[in-house]
Write a protein that binds this ligand. Structure first.
Ligand SMILES: *Cc1c(COP(=O)(O)O)cnc(C)c1O
Length: 371
């Protein structure tokens, strides 16, 4: 989707907040390295801008989900280690090696297939072994297979074993029984290794906030963006500063008499003379259709979204007349009031991670370094 710059609707990204969130994590873990997780366009914040800011806070690498996301960072001039957390196709091993991108490996067969491609080249592929300790997603299940993978790599110059890691399923929950089980299994596997690769890692945001997780590197995702991974179930052990806000302006205001219908399907009718404003944002921007009945902030007033959310516009009810061009805050602070992403996501019946990923490329990201 083409980015629409000539419209007052913008995601404002506070890079100073990103930096502070990282610095706080370093204060808690002065001896560990941090890789900034910037998959999905930096959780909707903009991968390159977040990655460059993260560097100024001392991170030493990045994590992404796909090879294209990794190449985007390389193309932007970032030379630090980049780990692809998902699995790539064996035929793309050469591409990853050429760009010095580290890949996640979870099957011995994959190594064999990749070896056939790499054989034709003089490049070396950096590999992190993924252990499935209870997520049921990608990863080796048995110690034996992991040993085979390590031996295979040791015997082939086209592989460089750089890391081993796992991922926890319940690090954001109050009950830590399952977490401890996964942690124990991972440390047993790590202790049984013939030798250790440079990186051993297991911590996402929830793990580093509420547990410890073993290893020497942290994969810092959602809490770098200032959001609580547990959605408020557990309180964060550091102050989290949200970096994302969403703003627009009133594009038209009108006073509609009692009994006027608003929007598709005529789902809202004015009960008296009402000031109705139209805001140029809709579900094509990622402002979900189910947000009807939620609020936006205008001059510090919570104003209800009335009528259905359209593809490109929403209507809101104002407490009184406001001028066209008045600022509207859909997420963030406005005159001492705030709508958090958490509240927005909860209203939509989802989590802030998903809500962030849904804000589309039609919304320009505007970067501020203070705020
Ligand atoms: C996305 C992801 C992370 C980051 O998780 P947060 O909850 O955002 O900190 C870490 N590790 C893996 C494997 C991931 O997929």
């Amino acid at each position: 989707m083409i980015t629409s710059y000539h419209r007052p609707t913008q995601a404002v990204i506070n890079l100073a907040a990103v930096k502070e969130n990282i610095e706080q994590t370093f204060r808690q873990y002065p001896d560990k390295e941090i890789f900034a997780v910037v998959k999905a366009d930096g959780y909707g914040h903009g991968a390159v801008a977040v990655a460059k800011t993260a560097l100024t806070a001392g991170v030493t690498g990045f994590c992404v989900a796909t090879i294209d996301e990794a190449i985007q960072l390389r193309t932007a001039g970032l030379v630090q280690p980049i780990l692809i957390l998902g699995l790539i196709e064996a035929k793309d091993a050469v591409l990853a090696a050429t760009y010095h991108i580290s890949v996640t490996v979870a099957q011995v067969d994959w190594l064999k297939k990749a070896a056939a491609y790499l054989k034709e080249t003089d490049s070396t592929l950096l590999v992190h072994i993924k252990v499935d300790t209870g997520m049921g997603r990608i990863g080796f299940l048995s110690e034996n297979e992991i040993k085979q993978a390590i031996e295979f790599m040791a015997a082939d110059d086209h592989f460089d074993w750089e890391g081993i890691f796992t991922h926890y399923a319940t690090a954001d929950q109050e009950d830590s029984t399952y977490f401890k089980q996964q942690e124990k299994q991972f440390s047993q596997i790590v202790s049984a290794l013939p030798y250790r690769p440079p990186y051993v890692h297991s911590a996402n945001s929830a793990t580093l906030l509420w547990h410890h997780g073993c290893g020497n590197m942290l994969r810092l995702g959602i809490s770098m963006y200032g959001l609580n991974p547990s959605a408020g179930v557990l309180s964060p052990t550091q102050e989290l500063k949200p970096a994302f806000s969403l703003v627009s302006e009133i594009i038209q205001v009108k006073c509609l008499p009692a009994g006027s219908a608003i929007g598709y399907g005529k789902t809202y009718e004015t009960s008296e003379d009402e000031w109705i404003a139209t805001i140029p944002i809709g579900y094509a921007d990622g402002y979900m259709r189910k947000m009807q009945g939620f609020y936006v902030l205008v001059e510090g007033n919570y104003c209800e979204v009335v009528g259905r959310v359209c593809m490109d516009q929403i209507m809101v009810r104002l407490p009184r007349q406001f001028a066209e061009g008045t600022k509207v805050t859909l997420i963030g602070k406005n005159k001492g009031k705030e709508i958090t992403l958490q509240e927005y996501a909860e209203y939509a019946g989802t989590i802030h991670y998903e809500a962030l990923c849904l804000f589309s490329s039609r919304v320009p990201r505007q970067y501020i370094k203070k705020g």
